[in-house]
Ligand binder design. Sequence first.
Ligand SMILES: NC(=O)c1ccc[n+]([C@@H]2O[C@H](COP(=O)([O-])OP(=O)(O)OC[C@H]3O[C@@H](n4cnc5c(N)ncnc54)[C@H](O)[C@@H]3O)[C@@H](O)[C@H]2O)c1
Length: 242
Amino acid sequence: MEMDGKTAVITGGAGGIGGGTARMFAGRGAKSIWLADIDDVNGEKLAEELREFCACEYRHVDVTSEEAVLNFFEGIGSSLDVMFNCAGITSVKGLMETDAALWNRIMGVNVTSAFLFSREAMRIMSAQKSGCIVNVSSISAYVGGIRTSPAYAASKAAIIGLTRALAKYGAPVGVRVNAVVPGLVDTDMTRAKDFVYSTSEVPLGYIAKTSDIAGAVLFLAGEAGNYITGQCLNINGGMYFA
Ligand SMILES: NC(=O)c1ccc[n+]([C@@H]2O[C@H](COP(=O)([O-])OP(=O)(O)OC[C@H]3O[C@@H](n4cnc5c(N)ncnc54)[C@H](O)[C@@H]3O)[C@@H](O)[C@H]2O)c1
């Protein structure tokens, strides 16, 4: 199986896409999964559920805090196969309602976190000369947002640049780095009452299930993705062709 014997860290692991990916990893042979999030109730609950299949631990980590990230890595040991940077937030506030505090909060959770976790994962992976990092961008990076703050589109475009920079760093030391680029996915983020969308915007006629994204993460992280690095894979039901 794709994740046979592998160890993974998932930020936003208590959430929709992160949790769905943890479930898929557990079902595909993962040896151990670390969930990092601030949603302690859902994080602990999922870790307990997945312990039926593999070792799984939840850790409370504010992914914007360098200190918290460094503490987290001190606790996970010296081997890591898959780093999935999935924590993220959005806002429906438009340009004129976006102040610097909101901008910085979105950048912190969506971009700084991926930088911090990737840097620490890269330390471990480059030493073992293997590993795979998967980031989460968004269709918003290409289309300028789907009625969301410009900060969200900017943060997800930054993820594409970060992915490519990390891929260049990682290739000579045996580490691949890619991103998934979802369109609309059925999670708490899109279920929020002020997030307005219509399935008529999606040519395939429905918004993605978390497993639709998790399957692509599994593909990139597993052996089938061995020669793929620096790529940003669109998973959007035909909403946008890049
Ligand atoms: N749902 C969509 O339509 C969609 C589309 C494109 C991209 N994405 C991206 O997918 C990723 C996952 O989002 P989701 O849809 O599963 O939403 P979600 O709200 O279900 O999950 C996000 C998770 O991030 C966690 N989080 C937020 N701030 C944090 C912090 N400071 N420290 C640690 N954890 C924190 C939340 O607690 C939550 O569990 C995000 O990066 C999001 O931008 C989502």
